[in-house]
Design a protein around this ligand. Sequence first.
Ligand SMILES: Nc1ncnc2c1ncn2[C@@H]1O[C@H](COP(=O)(O)OP(=O)(O)OP(=O)(O)O)[C@@H](O)[C@H]1O
Ligand SMILES: [Mg+2]
Length: 322
Amino acid sequence: MRPVVTGSIAFDYLMSFPGRFEDHFLPGKLDKISVSFLVDELNLRRGGCAANIAYSLALLGERPLLVGSAGSDFGPYGKDLEGMGVDLSGVLVKEDVLTASFFANTDQEGNQIASFFTGAMQYAREISLPQVVKDPDPLVLISPNDPHAMSRHAEECRKEGYRFLYDPSQQIARTSGENLVRDSRGAWILLVNEYEEEMFLKKTGLGREDLRELAENVVVTLGAEGAEIRTPRGDFRIPPARPERVLDPTGVGDAYRAGLVKGLVGGLSWETAGRMGSLAAVYVLETDGPQSHHYDLREFAERYAATFGDAKDLEPLLEKGA
Ligand SMILES: Nc1ncnc2c1ncn2[C@@H]1O[C@H](COP(=O)(O)OP(=O)(O)OP(=O)(O)O)[C@@H](O)[C@H]1O
Ligand SMILES: [Mg+2]
C-alpha cells in the first residue's frame, strides 16, 4: 500500500502587530473602515494539509504521492518536498495564479484578522485520481481541499476500489450533512477530532454508532488526551506522547495522520499505528510551524521506545528501510 495524499498545498503569511487592533477602530465609523497596521514581524511558512502530511510521511521513509494544485510560487517549495522523497507527479501547477495563501495578522492580545486566498487550490477539482495514481493498491487520503475536489476524489476512490481515508477537518463547517454522508461512505477510515465529530453528527443527524456503518473504521483524535480508534474488531484508546515543550500546535493533526498512515501502510496494528500518530504529532508541537521538524525513522523508533516502552512493533518498518 502506498500513501496518496490529496488536499491543500498552501503558504501561511503570519504577521504580528505590536499593538491592539481595538485602538484602530473608531466606534461610530465602522461603516467606513480603512485601517493599516504597521507590523514588525512577518513569517512565511510552508503548509497546506496534504503537503504537511506528505512532509512527515517522507521523514518516516515513505515516498507519498502528493495530489493537489499549486501556483507559480510553488517552485522552491516543491523542489524541497521532492528532495525529501515526495512524488510531485500528482501536483497540478497553474503558472498564472498563486498558491493558496493564508494571511493572518495577530495583535498583542491574540486577536486575529485573517484571510484565506484560494488561489490555485480551486483547480484541484480538475485532477483525475485514476490518471495520477499508478499504484495498484493505494491508500488515498482525502484531506481538506477545494470542496469539489474532495467529493470528486471520494467518488473516484469508490469507483476504482481504492482504500481511502476521509479527513474533512475544517471543511466540515462548510459542507452539508448530505455531502458529508455521501463523501465518507465506503471510507476505510473516517478521521476527525473530537469537536469535528460532534459537528459531523449534528450536521448529518447521525448517532455515534451510525458512523461505523458509513466508514469501516473511525479515528477520533482527542488533543492532549490521545485518540480513540473504533474498528469492527474492537475499540482502542491510544495514549498521547509527551512533548518536551509546546511551542506551536499548527499542523499537529496533519502530523498525526502521517504517523498513523505510516504504521497502517506498513501493515502494523491499529494500536501501534495510533501510537506512531501520537509520536509524529508531538514533533510538530515542539517546533514552530508545520514543516520545521526533522527526524528519520531510526530516531523516531528510539523515541517511540522511550515513550511507549519498546519499539519491537516497529521492527518490520526498520528492516524494510535498512
Ligand atoms: N498537547 C498535546 N500533547 C500531546 N499530544 C498532543 C497534544 N495535542 C495534540 N496531540 C496529539 O495530536 C493528535 C491530534 O491532535 P488534535 O486532536 O488536537 O487534532 P486537531 O484538532 O485536528 O489538530 P489541528 O489543530 O492540527 O487541526 C492527538 O491525537 C494527540 O496524539
Ligand atoms: Mg485538524
